[in-house]
Structures are given as C-alpha cells and as structure tokens.
Write a protein that binds this ligand. Structure first.
Ligand SMILES: CC(C)(COP(=O)(O)OP(=O)(O)OC[C@H]1O[C@@H](n2cnc3c(N)ncnc32)[C@H](O)[C@@H]1OP(=O)(O)O)[C@@H](O)C(=O)NCCC(=O)NCCS
Length: 208
C-alpha cells in the first residue's frame, strides 16, 4: 500500500481498489456520461437524502469528474471519490473517503444507482474503503454517518461490524432527514477480525 497521511489528515488516495466483483476507480474524463445517466435514472431515489441529485445536469457530472479525477503527481487530497463498477464495466454507484472528522479518522460516503440496489454494492464498496482508509498511516478509525431515518444506509455499517458510537442532533439538509445523525465507527484494531474484513476477503476469494 502506497497511501500515507500527509499534512494533517490529507491523504494520498489509491487510484483503484479491487473488491471481488467490484472495482473502485477514481473518476476519469470519459466517465461523465455514465455518471450523468446513473444520477438521472436515480433522481427520485437519491433526492430524499442528497438534494444535489435534483436537476442533475451533464455539466454537473463533468464538473464532478474533473474535480475528482486523480491529478498529475497524485497530490494529497482532503477527499477522494471512487466510481464503483462491476466486471461488465457497468457503473453501479459512487463512494468516497473524506477527511472531515479531525485527526486520525476518515469518513465514508456512498450512493448506488437505483437499478443496482439490494445486491450488496454499498456494503462491499464500504468494506473496501474501510480497508483502504485504515491502511493509511495515521488513520486510527473510519466512520459512517447517516440520518436516523435512512435505514438502508444504516444497515451497511451494521453489517460490516461498525460500532454505533453516537447519535447527534443535526439540522436536516435533505427532505427525508429526521435531524438525528447516527455515527458508526470501525477502529484500526477492530478491522482485521470484523465482518467487513471477512466479507471483503470472501468476495476476493470468490473472484480470484
Ligand atoms: C443506502 C444505499 C447506498 C444502499 O445501497 P445498496 O447497494 O442497495 O445496499 P446493499 O445492497 O449493500 O444493502 C445492504 C443492506 O442494507 C439494507 N437495505 C438496503 N436498501 C434498503 C432499503 N431500500 N430499505 C431497507 N433496507 C435496505 C438491507 O438490509 C440490505 O441487505 P439485504 O438487501 O440483504 O436485505 C442506497 O439505497 C442509496 O443509494 N440510497 C440513496 C443515497 C443514500 O442514502 N446514501 C447514503 C447517505 S448517508
């Protein structure tokens, strides 16, 4: 693993992560139309939780891809998004790592194309990002936060063996939010024997 934390919590993101039947890859310019298609098809599904998904334009997809593409020399970043693909090169969703929790911790975010939900995509992608985050020098914990009303999102850290560490009042930012943020944490020491690590290992074994 070449990643390491630099300059506070900024980190050097790996360009790709293999996760069995999934591949996580930093966006590239050619990806913008697939991204636009996935968001447009999923608009009703995403909007309750992600207001940016309303009226998502081709220009917004291009801007996202450009902003999140790996830069020459792979400089340290405060956040890294990954497009999630299957082996038939279909775009399934997007996930990312964010250095916004303070020293020693990164946060995972995700969404999945409505045409690809309930197949374990978000769970496996989050397992892969958990491993990636906890392999970065200086990172002691990785967290997943979601609104209490978002039960689908909460099922993912629970399945990976994260611990629910806090429930915090939080001003709703999206239409379906109840205003209580659930905060789940996986520690560096807890990861190797977690359900998430086992799930990832099983997915890799099944496709090797
Ligand atoms: C939340 C989300 C990412 C889940 O993606 P996914 O790939 O379907 O999730 P998985 O298939 O890995 O689901 C794992 C488990 O979560 C639970 N789950 C997933 N979708 C669910 C739903 N719509 N309702 C209830 N539980 C759900 C189930 O327990 C599921 O396992 P099961 O299908 O075996 O019952 C997806 O629904 C989504 O994109 N939602 C909108 C965006 C969003 O809320 N992002 C997170 C913001 S914090």
């Amino acid at each position: 693993m070449t990643d390491k934390a630099v300059s506070g919590d900024w980190f050097l993101p790996a360009p790709t992560v293999e996760a069995g039947w999934l591949l996580l890859r930093r966006p590239e310019p050619d990806d913008s139309s697939a991204l636009h298609d996935a968001v447009a098809a999923s608009s009703e599904h995403l909007r309750p939780w992600m207001p940016w998904a309303a009226n998502y334009t081709a220009e917004m997809a291009r801007e996202f891809v450009q902003r999140n593409a790996a830069k020459p020399g792979n400089p340290p970043v405060p956040e890294a998004s990954y497009l999630v693909w299957d082996r038939d090169r279909r775009l399934l969703g997007v996930c990312g790592l964010h250095a916004r929790l303070g020293p020693g911790a990164l946060e995972i975010g995700y969404w999945v194309d409505v045409r690809r939900t309930r197949r374990g995509v978000a769970t496996l992608a989050a397992a892969a990002l958990s491993e990636l985050a906890l392999a970065i020098a200086g990172v002691q914990a990785v967290e997943i936060h979601h609104d209490r009303a978002n039960q689908a999102s909460g099922a993912i850290p629970a399945r990976l063996g994260y611990e629910l560490v806090a429930m915090v009042a939080d001003e709703p930012e999206a239409p379906a939010e109840a205003g209580v943020e659930m905060q789940w944490r996986m520690t560096l020491s807890g990861w190797p024997d977690s359900d998430g690590a086992r799930l990832l290992q099983a997915a890799r074994t099944a496709t090797s």
